[in-house]
Write a new protein. Structure first.
Length: 218
């Protein structure tokens, strides 16, 4: 099993399941021609999809259009089911930044047929993670800015407070659908500005004052 690293600590936490939220920024939903959802759109990634800052993302042979989606990632620190708002806040142990790499050509084909997005979201190296900062060491305000640079050029930049569903509401909603456990991760959605990456691109994602990651596309 793969483990995440904790900032300023030798502690590592084994990764459980990875739950992802789609269309959590209104402008991103619109840029892909999707309706703004009334509830979080949920899908899963396997832990086998995880790589870390400094690693290389290899282009899958069955796609010609891989997109970057940079996101705030929540670390769950305790088991929670049907959690209240207070319990959902307490269940969040830390924060990271991640890349939800997406095969847009495959996803579009699947959506047209009414099929699940699994192939477009769950391929190897599709979940890139930074180290995580514990909530006890950093108080999230949602005034933080999330951004992504490709080869030094800004592609995505938005305040976290533009999320349609903030972290606590996301945890509360997901816990009403499934049990969340220690080590589970939640990708909270990406802002507008997603675009295709090319082989050789250098990606730098960060959340201001918190965490960052670097990787290349191969």
């Amino acid at each position: 099993m793969k483990s995440i690293k904790i900032k300023n600590s030798s502690k590592e936490i084994e990764i459980g399941k990875i739950v992802c939220v789609g269309r959590n920024y209104a402008e991103h939903a619109k840029e892909l021609g999707n309706e703004v959802p009334e509830k979080p759109v949920i899908f899963l990634k396997p832990s086998s999809a995880v790589i870390f800052s400094g690693d290389k993302i290899l282009y899958p042979s069955f796609s010609n259009e891989m997109h970057h989606e940079t996101e705030l990632v929540l670390l769950i620190g305790k088991k929670i089911k049907n959690g209240s708002e207070a319990e959902s806040e307490e269940a969040i142990e830390g924060y990271g930044v991640g890349l939800d790499m997406t095969l847009r050509d495959i996803q579009n084909e699947l959506k047209k047929k009414g099929h699940p997005w699994t192939i477009a979201k769950c391929f190897d190296m599709s979940a890139v993670l930074s180290e995580f900062i514990l909530k006890k060491d950093y108080k999230l305000t949602l005034d933080e800015e999330i951004s992504l640079f490709i080869n030094g050029e800004i592609r995505q930049k938005e305040k976290l407070n533009m999320m349609l569903f903030p972290p606590v509401k996301i945890v509360q909603y997901i816990s009403s659908l499934m049990t969340l456990e220690e080590g589970d991760l939640i990708f909270t959605g990406t802002p507008k500005g997603v675009s295709k990456v090319e082989k050789g691109d250098k990606l730098h994602a960060k959340i201001s004052g918190m965490v960052e990651l670097n990787c290349t596309v191969g």
